[in-house]
Design a protein around this ligand. Structure first.
Ligand code: GRF
Length: 187
């Protein structure tokens, strides 16, 4: 059995999807042993409903160190599921190959500092892109730069807004995130 720790900042619909895919067996041989949030958010309640241990570690001095202490040492994979804090290089180095993230665009485009949430979808629309999608990748100290595990695209409709794009990207995420997690854990 592989142990997953999930880090979140938001509503946690991807977290919910991961919980459901573990239950259904789409993600094999895994359990979530800890959910950690960097702020109060609905994702924490989702975890609690499923009796998954939660921690809240607010941003501040020594955030990466505090976070590291809160991550169970028997963690096989850290999953960033809508986690908005930047992790220190030392942290990324320590968990190299064992930490993955989902990004709401087609990396390497539209990644890096400031490219999160609606900013991403806004930038995609403004630059007149023909397609968008989602990317699951390994986390390294370079923001959104690690090796890509899975990526899926779709065509942008001329009527799409940042809001409709966000919804479409989420649907893609629900599909590729569990697949990527299963791939990394059970390769
Ligand atoms: C997702 O779009 C993810 O790509 C981004 O944050 C969002 C999280 O959504 N990093 P949710 O909290 O899983 O609903």
């Amino acid at each position: 059995m592989k142990n997953i720790t999930i880090l979140i900042s938001g509503s946690g619909t991807n977290l919910q999807r991961i919980i459901d895919c573990i239950d259904s067996g789409e993600i094999r041989n895994a359990r979530i042993i800890q959910v950690i949030a960097d702020r109060e958010c609905y994702g924490l309640q989702r975890a609690e409903k499923h009796r998954i241990p939660t921690r809240l570690i607010k941003r501040g001095k020594n955030f990466s160190e505090e976070l590291d202490k809160a991550i169970p040492q028997n963690t096989d994979l850290i999953v960033l599921a809508g986690f908005l804090s930047i992790l220190k290089p030392e942290f990324c180095e320590k968990w190299k190959g064992k930490i993955i993230n989902i990004h709401p665009a087609l990396l390497p485009k539209f990644g890096g500092k400031g490219m999160w949430g609606h900013h991403v979808h806004q930038a995609v629309i403004e630059s007149g892109e023909k397609e968008s999608g989602a990317t699951v990748h390994f986390v390294t100290s370079g923001i959104d730069e690690g090796e890509i595990i899975l990526q899926r695209k779709f065509e942008i409709d001329e009527n799409d807004t940042p809001e409709t794009l966000a919804e479409k990207v989420h649907q893609v995420e629900y599909d590729i995130f569990p697949k990527a997690i299963d791939l990394v854990l059970n390769k």
